[in-house]
Design a protein around this ligand. Structure first.
Ligand SMILES: CC(C)(COP(=O)(O)OP(=O)(O)OC[C@H]1O[C@@H](n2cnc3c(N)ncnc32)[C@H](O)[C@@H]1OP(=O)(O)O)[C@@H](O)C(=O)NCCC(=O)NCCS
Length: 170
């Protein structure tokens, strides 16, 4: 049975490994090893994951299949992209599921949990950036009525890429 729980400080190593694994599964085929390594080492070290778990502006939840971590989402209450016009916004910074669990409802369970949490927190708008060529993720978000509102640059190592900004009313 899949269970979703808030990440605890003791999950930092698991979250670091899960984040690296899912990022590599998703993006290694499209990027140079150098650019991947710069990003992975900066974003997903255990120390950084621990700091993010403990950061009160963030809410990180992990999906577990018994003792195996198989996906997570990461909400960040920071400043919204200028393209986001809705009231009281919050960013879905990451939503990743290990590839063996794609198409099996884990992403839906995470998204439903995320939406519920945002509504309980009084947020009115959920927004995110998604790589312009990540068509599976875009299809997934559109099923939840996210709409395109703009774009911005996402730097992966030395490479500047275009992320589409999607947003939805909550
Ligand atoms: C994005 C993600 C969370 C979605 O979860 P999932 O379990 O794959 O989602 P689903 O299978 O329910 O939905 C994906 C939809 O895209 C469709 N799809 C699959 N490949 C596709 C492609 N290449 N182009 C367009 N649509 C595609 C699927 O058919 C499905 O649509 P359907 O339900 O109408 O059949 C998951 O794929 C994932 O973790 N990907 C890697 C990480 C990632 O990209 N995260 C988002 C970063 S912004």
């Amino acid at each position: 049975m899949i269970e979703i729980h808030p990440a605890k400080p003791s999950d930092a190593a698991v979250l670091s490994e899960l984040s690296r694994r899912t990022f590599i599964e998703t993006f290694a085929q499209f990027n140079s090893p150098d650019n991947m390594n710069i990003y992975l080492n900066d974003a997903f070290s255990e120390e950084k994951q621990l700091a993010e778990i403990e950061d009160r502006k963030r809410q990180i939840y992990i999906a577990w299949n018994t003792k195996e971590a198989i996906g997570f989402f990461h909400l960040f209450h920071g400043s919204a992209d200028a393209a986001v016009k809705g009231d009281n916004p919050i960013e879905l910074l990451r939503l990743y599921v290990v590839s063996a669990w794609h198409g099996k409802g884990v992403a839906q369970a995470l998204m439903n949990h995320c939406l519920e949490l945002c509504r309980q927190g009084g947020y009115k708008t959920l927004w995110l950036g998604v790589w312009e060529s990540n068509f599976r993720a875009q299809t997934f978000y559109r099923k939840y009525s996210f709409i395109w509102v703009g774009q911005h640059i996402f730097k992966l190592g030395h490479d500047e890429q275009i992320d589409l900004i999607f947003a939805k009313d909550l």
